[in-house]
Design a protein. Structure first.
Length: 511
């Protein structure tokens, strides 16, 4: 059985040392032979660096590494090109005084690889010098591969002044590509975010963004078929439908894909389900962004975005939904075409993100940390046992335990959607199947929870006294009819007082 390439981003090592490799060389061949300038956005740890390293070995003519792979008998291996690779994935620079020496250090590796010495210590001048010198030395146009192009900006995204300085500095660096088109064979740029061409790649109007190109939807990540074939032996005995529920769901208009890191760690940990990918990141920037506005959580997780929204991302104009999509916390559930063009219905990709992201939202909304798990456990146990009176007490206790200063020291609880967001985030953080029915109104939510043989249909309303309207509405709309195949169906109406900051009306019945 082949070894798992956990953390290995070097194509040569994967091939020569007996690691599992999912063949992406067919996509690489298609890209290389059809165009010259490409941009790809994917979340972290999705295989971008490995794909770039694969491109590097193709252009350098390392034919022996590709035996048995798609590209082996199709590419002209006699054509070899100098490759200039710039990887910004490691290190954190907190200002441009740290950035410039870092860029120069990165280019020193390119100097060694190309056996060229830069005369200038200025990274912009050295970048240009490397392109011109490589072209002259090898009598071939240069291949430029840039990995994590946006990291210096994203590392400082919560400090707009520093982020703006980083953006402007990197814009100056990348402008070298535009000025040297005559000496360039191929450019491939990867990153997490999609900063506008105008603000970062000024002049590179011919760069093709393949982020949502269906032809390249599987350029990174593993498909379910990859798991059933390439990883067949590694996943023997695993419940593949449960694996799909936990980790599949990222949609870039090819087949839905898995984050490779999740699958490799899942196998390595003896098929134990855990939030492997989530735990490697630091989503603290999300909390900082959430603090800057009033966000209705159910809407964030059930959002219809225009192409403009998904593509609009800059230091001076950060759309939270666009950032959540680009960083992998949301994915495209459906493409919607109408008279206004193409829109995208966004949602949570899988169970890992559902549990983790909503747990983060709870922290943002309530400042509950230590007690969060006990609240989640209590809510789940009540649902599991069908104890609806106990569920009421758990909800009441939940709101009563929110620190009083959470209400007095900020204006978030004054936001009409606050209480519905708390309810939604807590329920969505549970290991249940959650289906929002109607989350368009800040003062109420309709949602359905499925847990094993039970279905819970919940209507939440914001009002100042109990009216019974919440349960009445569920019965009038007859939401429950579509779940008639379940053994136990519960209808729950919850009414909440903004003034009392807790539940004032709670009714339920079993159908």
């Amino acid at each position: 059985m082949k070894k798992l390439p956990i953390g290995i981003q070097t194509f040569r090592d994967i091939i020569t040392e007996g690691f599992v490799y999912v063949d992406k060389t067919g996509i690489a061949y298609d890209i290389i032979t059809k165009g010259r300038y490409y941009f790809l956005s994917r979340p972290r740890r999705f295989g971008k660096s490995l794909f770039l390293d694969t491109l590097k070995d193709i252009f350098e003519g390392k034919k022996e590494l590709f035996k048995g792979l798609y590209i082996y008998d199709k590419w002209d291996w006699d054509d070899k090109y100098p490759v200039l690779r710039v990887s910004l994935g490691s290190g954190v620079e907190k200002d441009i005084n740290q950035l410039y020496p870092r860029l120069r250090w990165i280019l020193k590796k390119a100097e060694r690889d190309l056996e060229i010495d830069c005369e200038s210590n200025n990274p912009v001048e050295c970048f240009q010098e490397l392109i011109l010198s490589a072209y002259a030395k090898y009598n071939q146009k240069v291949v430029i591969l840039i990995d994590e192009y946006d990291k210096p900006i994203l590392d400082n995204i919560t400090d707009s002044d520093v982020a703006r300085q980083m953006r402007d500095a990197m814009k100056n660096f990348y402008a070298v590509i535009k000025d040297n088109d005559a000496y360039i064979r191929f450019v491939f740029i990867t990153g997490v975010s999609k900063f506008s061409k105008m603000n970062l790649f000024s002049g590179l109007n011919n760069i093709e963004d393949i982020t949502l190109n269906a032809n390249y939807g599987n350029i990174c990540g593993y498909t379910h078929n990859d798991l059933l074939t390439v990883f067949k032996e590694h996943l023997k005995g695993a419940d593949m439908e449960m694996v799909k529920l936990w980790y599949n769901g990222y949609n870039y208009f090819g087949e839905k894909v898995y984050n490779p890191f999740d699958i490799l760690l899942f196998i390595s940990n003896n098929h134990e389900y855990s939030n492997y990918w989530w735990e490697t990141g630091n989503p603290s920037f999300l909390i900082e962004m959430l603090k800057t506005g009033e966000y209705f959580i159910p809407n964030i997780e059930n959002f219809v975005a225009t192409k403009e929204i998904l593509n609009t991302f800059d230091v001076d104009n950060i759309a939270l939904v666009a950032l959540l999509w680009q960083t992998g916390y949301l994915t495209i559930k459906e493409q919607i075409k109408d008279d206004f063009g193409v829109n995208y219905h966004l949602g949570i990709p899988n169970k890992e993100i559902q549990l983790s992201l909503n747990s983060l939202f709870i922290t943002y909304l309530t400042e509950q940390k230590e007690e969060k798990f006990s609240q989640q456990r209590r809510l789940l146990n009540m649902l599991k046992d069908g104890e609806l009176e106990g569920f009421k007490e758990a909800l009441f206790s939940l709101f009563a335990s929110i620190p009083y200063n959470n209400f007095t020291n900020n204006k978030l609880p004054e936001f009409e959607g606050y209480y519905a967001s708390v309810i939604y985030a807590y329920l969505a953080s549970l290991p249940v199947n959650l289906i929002p029915e109607d989350v368009s109104n800040f003062g109420r939510i309709d949602l359905t929870l499925q847990y094993r043989d039970k279905v819970f249909i919940i209507e939440f309303k914001l009002c100042e006294k109990a009216t019974g309207a919440a349960l009445k509405q569920i019965k009038e709309k007859r939401y429950y009819e579509k779940y008639s195949n379940f053994d136990n169906i519960y209808l729950i109406g919850i009414e909440f007082s903004k003034e009392k900051r807790n539940i004032v009306g709670y009714e339920w019945e079993e159908v």
